[in-house]
Design a binder for this molecule. Structure first.
Ligand code: CP
Length: 333
């Protein structure tokens, strides 16, 4: 079976540390190896992307390889992932063939497949990503699925380490107001990776915007194993007190899943309060501001904060390249 990179929880803390060290070597120019020489990676995008797509293509090239981008329903056939489906609707090809054919051309397959945000019980199981992993005969890299964005989380962890040094940090993951409900992959993976690497994690969100219970249990278990603790609060002011890292992200409420209009109505009350502004940043311990991007300015974060020296969002985006090179090099060594 090929080793996949689907979720940081599938990898030990030591392995994640190894990836961060390898990413730093790539970034510093200390590793110019070409483990992808003469090989290609297939990048399957069901959804739009700037950072992930560009950094994976550039990363594959810098490792000596080639990349092939496919967009199901756009530049490639529409895809069915359900087992036993009677394909008499609008889906032309099944993942079972798509993935195995791609594996004959490429050394690894990256896939981006966002949550459609219609059926929580189904989507929390990451069915499209799971189908890719099931059928692939080469490693699969999760480029953001319904539940996880592990490449982003690794770039985030590298950024924290670069800016603040090694060791435990006080890290705040704060929900922020956005005009529409968004998937939970980024906050899920950020919280999980922060816990795995032993950071003191505070998760702040309004009532009704809890993360998945099973995932929160895993985050707590990982934090416990790493000698850290996790605090969950709905006090968006106090949450900033003493934070060294402020990571902002919006996500949808599970109780409104499939009903975006209800979520939009509910979240309206949080618009003024749940934004990262200079007043809240003053409560931190010289905290850095992080966001995965793209970000809606003056909704999630004020111009004043994102344009301040505390903002590390561009370095964070750059680090996607270095960690993904480390991941590809490790999987394809
Ligand atoms: N952060 C992130 O994954 O960016 P893109 O959606 O642009 O790839």
């Amino acid at each position: 079976m090929p080793r996949d990179f689907l979720n940081t929880a599938d990898w030990t803390r030591e392995e994640l540390e190894g990836l961060l060290a390898a990413a730093s070597r790539f970034k510093r120019g200390e590793d110019a190896s070409k483990p992808l020489a003469g090989r290609s990676v297939a990048l399957v995008f069901f959804n739009p992307s700037l950072r992930t797509r560009a950094s994976m293509q550039v990363g594959a090239y810098e490792l000596g390889g080639n990349s092939v981008v496919l967009e199901p329903g756009g530049t490639s056939w529409t895809l069915e992932h359900r087992e036993g489906a009677v394909m008499d609707g609008d889906k032309t090809e099944h993942v079972a063939e798509f993935v195995r054919v791609l594996g004959r051309y490429s050394a690894a397959i990256g896939v981006r497949t966002f949550a459609p945000m219609k059926d929580w019980d189904e989507e929390r199981l990451d069915p499209v990503l799971a189908a890719f992993a099931k059928y692939a005969e080469v490693p699969v890299i999760n480029l953001e699925s319904a539940m996880h964005h592990p490449c982003q989380a690794m770039a985030d962890m590298l950024t924290v380490r670069e800016k603040l040094g090694e060791g435990k940090k006080r890290v705040l993951l704060t929900w922020a107001w956005h005009p529409k409900p968004l998937p939970m992959a980024v906050p899920n993976s950020f919280a999980l990776a922060a816990a795995q690497l032993g950071h003191e994690l505070t998760i702040a969100h309004p009532p009704g915007y809890e993360l998945d219970e099973e995932l929160v249990a895993e985050i707590n278990r990982q934090a416990f194993d790493a000698g850290a603790k996790v605090t969950v609060t709905d006090d968006v002011e106090e949450a900033f007190d003493g934070a060294q890292v402020v990571y902002a992200k919006s996500w949808g409420g599970r109780m409104f899943y499939g009903d975006p209009a209800d979520d939009v109505e509910e979240r309206a009350q949080y618009r003024r309060q749940w934004i990262v502004d200079a007043e809240k940043m003053r409560r931190t311990d010289g905290g850095i501001f992080m966001h995965c991007l793209p970000v809606r300015r003056n909704c999630i974060v004020t111009d004043e904060v994102i344009d301040s020296p505390a903002s590390v969002v561009i370095d964070e985006a750059e680090n996607r390249l270095h960690v993904q090179k480390a991941i590809m090099a490790r999987l394809l060594a």
